[in-house]
Design a protein around this ligand. Structure first.
Ligand SMILES: [Zn+2]
Length: 198
């Protein structure tokens, strides 16, 4: 009799596994991209149409693509979603100047020690050189400020002068801390304007 119990238990476990898998499939993709091709397919599926897998993973520092490990890939995808929303509203090309920066690279490029780039949760975006007029910089900053106010998962917003018009954006992820903007003096007037419009 004991020999008949085991197959029944195994069948039961198999049915549970199958049930679990099918409900995951309904919830969305379960495969984490591990290469450029997989990442591009996932970006296409999410509607990230203005940034390629290549540019979202390109590192000037190593002159190669850096694919985040699977545990950090969801962060990059979320950051790509945010970048696409900004790009769509901006309506003109934006280039990715910095993405995933594992240590010790982050320290080597003088990134801040707790940079969200290390977690693949951050992207730096800038307008192509020659298009960064005062008016365009102001417009991009306002779009980012408005979005930061409206979306609590938009965690960090930085506004830089070099290259002109560059913004840093990062997203909420497991292990992220509080929301921040910097430099506070530069971002505050944009947030105030965005708030006044609302
Ligand atoms: Zn950055």
């Amino acid at each position: 009799m004991a020999t008949n119990v085991l197959p029944i238990l195994l069948l039961g476990a198999g049915a549970l596994l199958l049930a679990g898998r099918s409900s995951d499939d309904e919830a969305g993709p379960t495969v984490t991209p591990t290469d450029l091709e997989g990442l591009q397919a996932e970006l296409n599926a999410r509607g990230v149409t203005d940034f390629t897998a290549h540019e979202l993973t390109w590192s000037n520092h190593v002159d190669d693509n850096l694919i985040p490990p699977p545990e950090l890939m969801p962060n990059l995808l979320k950051a790509a979603d945010l970048a696409q929303r900004i790009r769509t509203e901006y309506g003109k090309p934006l280039a990715v100047t910095s993405s995933y920066r594992p240590e010790p690279m982050n320290t080597q490029v003088a990134g801040i020690p707790n940079s969200q780039h290390v977690r693949a949760a951050a992207l730096d975006l800038t307008m192509p050189s020659g298009t960064a007029t005062t008016q365009e910089i102001d417009r991009l900053r306002m779009i980012a400020a408005r979005m930061w106010l409206q979306d609590p998962s938009f965690h960090g917003l930085g506004m830089y002068d070099s290259p002109p018009g560059r913004i840093h954006v990062d997203v909420e992820h497991p292990g992220s801390t509080g929301r921040e903007t910097w430099p506070v003096d530069r971002v505050a007037p944009y947030l105030a304007r965005a708030q006044a419009e609302a």
